[in-house]
Design a protein around this ligand. Structure first.
Ligand code: MGD
Ligand code: MGD
Ligand code: SF4
Ligand code: MO
Length: 752
């Protein structure tokens, strides 16, 4: 441990991968005692090379927030009180088991929120919990986010997790849709210093086009910015594909042998001409033709789209068309285009060939019969699945909530707030007493990130460069704290009738099952070996470390338990604290394909069946205002408003409105405006700005910290309003069940 100048003598430094957004930057923390007093970018990190943003720089403040819970809370006589871990797990066992036994497995629901993809525990234990509870009542942040992309990948490639990422470092042309990486630092495209990568693209003579109803910081960097009407990207993308066909610009290149249904797609899209979509998108036909021609003409190009393209009525079609354009221009799976990453903990690649394909709608939600997608029901349906009785089955009566704050993040927040109060039992695994966890009967607080180990299971599968990094806790677990992995393991035991068993039993069970399966798989390096012999080789101080070791060794770069002695193991990773670079992304097709045909299925039936709905949108011209969201660089969904360093200044919950609309409606800058939507109304101060296009207003999400019974003192002092209260939960993308959060009709009234 090295000394750092300018701090007290017991200061030391420690490495920690930042868990605060998808960029996964390596940080060098300054630690004094058990407190993190500083954070800077780790210049030796193989991936992030020293990049840091204001959130990462505030790691110490996020980590050391005095409002973080230190002990479990258990409800007694209606009130949440501090309790021991033993009392807390006793209460969980007593609360969950009777519900499952009396009403069946689906009466116990699981809600998983965004930070689960930012913790090791969140990757390793919820799948075990789900399997153990055998419930179909699973709701996650995916259905207010990227579920459309999973569904389109599932249908196109046969694997919902096969998501191509733009090759930011090498592309000549980036068409970026409904994303603002200068504030978000990127999503479904893990790239530390996304802003620097966009600047580098321009510096090497490449071009950047941004499609966004707002002139964002990213849009200001672009060579061309198109302020599209919200919710109409699928139409614009369909028209671009139509132009490629019409002008003979389709060139699949090396992809040709792997792609089917090109002619069928051409026929299906024939009527989506630029002239036909121009009015709906509010983008002129010549511009759409130019976009298509530029994409085809670029030596390499990548189309990349995020939140603004997913959280809309045609989210799955838009997500599909993004890849269709990459495919038709030969840019999928080639350097400079959009490629499939290969993470170190991916399963050992099976030989190419037909797979099982992707199924949708294997079951349905009880109340409104929404089809499941990827085993999940829409978060938009959570409130009704709790508060509405039907003949079909039992409502959700108990809930396990891990790292989620759906009262603020999901549609119809006010109704959900009430529904949670009616549950027989609810447990939250959460560091804060907030708008959601205040309803719990038991709150189990994980330690702060400095006291947790870190590896990015999810984001390495979406990274613009293959690499692997692992950081052990920067600070030892404080007395009285419990690692989140142990919390979740004990929760699994308590929920499944094994309350009180040794939590390491959960890891042992997973290891036995995984190795038992691997030795039976012909393509596995473990094939034919003795699983007990392999288990005995695993190293690591904890269950999560042993599981990481197992995944690395079975994975595409692994040592195969001795088969490839130079390959990856946990020990090798520990010997490289700044990570191991595994090289640039490379072509992988056809191996990742798991469709029944073994090909890229360009026109899957469920998408073809959804095209009439898109056709119907051609004629639509909303006459009123529509609402969209936005993110601020110093924010993170609903849970960072309690950190003074990350709030204030421009990070405020204001309604952006264009000067023309403001004048027409008599709205003055700084004055309160009443915003009314189908689900309710809120009052927020106006910020008149031409950064948003006419006809569109914007409110950020994750605000509304004014409910009683929470313990987030700084956040409740400047609470803002909950934009999701304006939604009634009825607007969904039907294929994916994803909530429509952008392009929502609203009415405004000036209040002063
Ligand atoms: N209108 C609108 N709504 C949106 C969006 C939008 O763009 N517009 N975006 C949507 C998107 S993309 C997402 S991902 C969702 C996010 O919504 P959620 O999944 O609800 O995530 P957060 O709001 O980040 O809340 C996360 C919870 O996890 C807790 N937490 C933080 N760190 C940890 C940890 O280490 N362990 C555990 N167990 N808990 C932790 C926090 O205290 C908080 O209670 O919001 C969605 N809602
Ligand atoms: N600072 C910060 N970083 C974050 C988060 C955060 O809350 N704050 N959240 C994290 C999470 S969970 C996620 S999922 C990612 C999201 O990452 P991004 O998708 O990059 O996030 P946003 O900033 O919401 O960008 C969405 C953009 O879509 C635009 N938009 C809205 N409607 C439409 C439309 O119909 N069409 C088009 N073309 N554009 C539209 C909005 O104006 C906005 O600029 O960010 C992650 N990073
Ligand atoms: S960009 Fe994201 S990962 Fe990097 S320092 Fe900022 S918050 Fe952390
Ligand atoms: Mo998200």
């Amino acid at each position: 441990m090295s000394r750092t100048s300018g701090t007290t003598s017991d200061a030391r430094t420690a490495l920690r991968i930042c868990p605060l957004c998808e960029a996964t930057c390596g940080l060098t923390l300054t630690v004094e005692g058990s407190r993190v007093t500083g954070a800077r970018g780790d210049r030796d990190d193989v991936f992030s090379k020293g990049f840091i943003c204001p959130k990462g720089a505030s790691f110490g403040a996020v980590d050391g927030d005095p409002d973080r819970l230190r002990t479990p809370l258990v409800r007694k006589d209606g009130e949440l009180r501090e309790a021991t871990w033993e009392e807390a797990f006793d209460a969980v066992a007593a609360g969950l088991r009777p519900v499952a036994e009396r009403y069946g497995p689906n009466a116990v629901g699981i809600v998983l929120g965004n930070p689960n993809v930012h913790t090791m525990a969140g990757a390793l234990y919820p799948p075990v919990l789900l399997a153990a509870l055998r419930t179909r009542s699973l709701f996650t942040a995916s259905t207010v986010d990227q579920m459309p992309k999973h569904v389109s990948s599932g249908l196109l490639f046969g694997d919902a997790n096969a998501i191509p990422v733009p090759d930011l470092d090498r592309t000549d042309h980036l068409l970026l849709i409904g994303a603002n990486p200068l504030e978000s630092n990127g999503s479904l495209c893990t790239a530390p210093d996304f802003p620097g990568k966009l600047k580098a693209l321009k510096a090497r003579g490449g071009t950047l086009t941004v499609i966004d109803p707002r002139r964002t910081r990213t849009a200001r960097l672009a060579d061309r910015h198109i302020a599209i009407r919200p919710g109409t990207d699928a139409l614009l993308l369909a028209a671009m594909a139509q132009v490629l066909f019409e002008e003979d610009l389709v060139d699949l290149g090396d992809l040709a042998p792997h792609v089917q249904d090109v002619a069928e797609l051409r026929a299906e899209l024939a009527d989506f001409t630029p002239e036909a979509v121009a009015g709906a998108c509010d983008v002129d036909a010549d511009t759409i033709r130019a976009l298509a021609r530029e994409l085809a003409a670029a030596p390499t190009a990548a189309v990349y789209a995020r939140i603004g393209s997913c959280t809309v009525p045609h989210g799955t079609l838009a997500s599909w068309l993004v890849d269709v354009l990459n495919i038709l221009t030969g840019n999928l799976d080639r350097p400079g285009g959009a490629l499939f990453p290969q993470a170190a903990t991916d399963k050992s690649p099976r030989p190419a060939g037909p797979g099982h394909g992707f199924a949708l709608g294997r079951w349905h939600s009880r109340v409104r019969r929404h089809p499941e997608a990827k085993g999940e029901l829409p978060l938009s349906a959570l409130a009704e699945e709790i508060d509405t009785a039907t003949a079909e089955g039992e409502p959700v009566r108990a809930l396990v909530v891990v790292a989620a704050n759906p009262v603020l993040s999901a549609p119809d927040g006010a109704r959900l707030d009430k529904a949670l109060d009616s549950l027989d039992f609810m447990v939250s695994v959460d560091p804060y007493l907030n708008e959601t966890s205040r309803h719990a009967h038991v709150v189990l607080p994980p330690p702060p990130p400095s006291q947790s180990p870190h590896h990015d299971f999810a984001f390495n599968t979406l990274a613009v460069r293959n690499q692997v990094r692992y950081t052990r806790p920067a600070v030892p677990l404080e007395t009285g704290r419990m690692a989140e992995s142990e919390i979740l393991a004990r929760l699994i035991l308590a929920a499944t009738g094994m309350h009180g068993a040794d939590p390491s039993a959960v890891d042992t069970m997973v290891i036995d099952q995984t190795l038992g399966k691997a030795v039976r798989e012909e393509h596995s390096p473990a094939h034919g070996r003795d699983p007990r012999e392999l288990a005995a080789q695993l190293t690591g101080d904890t269950g999560p470390e042993r599981r990481l070791d197992m995944m690395l060794r079975l994975g595409p770069y692994g040592d195969g338990f001795g088969v490839r002695p130079d390959g990856l193991t946990l020990q090798k990773l520990l010997a490289h604290p700044h990570g191991i670079d595994l090289g640039p992304l490379g072509p992988r097709l056809p191996q990742p394909l798991k469709t029944r045909s073994g090909k890229v299925e360009l026109l899957p039936q469920p998408l073809a069946d959804d095209l009439p709905r898109l056709r119907a949108a051609l004629a639509r011209r909303p006459d009123g205002l529509v609402l969209i969201g936005r993110r601020h660089l110093r924010s993170n969904n609903s849970w960072m408003h309690n950190v003074p360093a990350l709030t204030g200044g421009t990070n405020r919950c204001t309604l952006h409105i264009h000067p023309e609309d403001a004048e027409r409606l008599g709205v003055r800058d700084g004055a309160d405006v009443r915003v009314k939507g189908a689900g309710g109304e809120v009052v927020a101060p106006a910020e008149v700005t031409d950064g948003v296009r006419p006809g569109v207003v914007s409110l950020p999400h994750g605000w509304g910290h004014d409910r009683p019974g929470t313990r987030m003192r700084h956040a409740s002092a400047a609470p803002g309003v909950n934009v999701n209260q304006l939604l009634d939960g009825s607007l969904l993308d039907p294929l994916s069940g994803n909530a429509v959060l952008n392009g929502v009709p609203v009415e405004l009234t000036a209040t002063s």
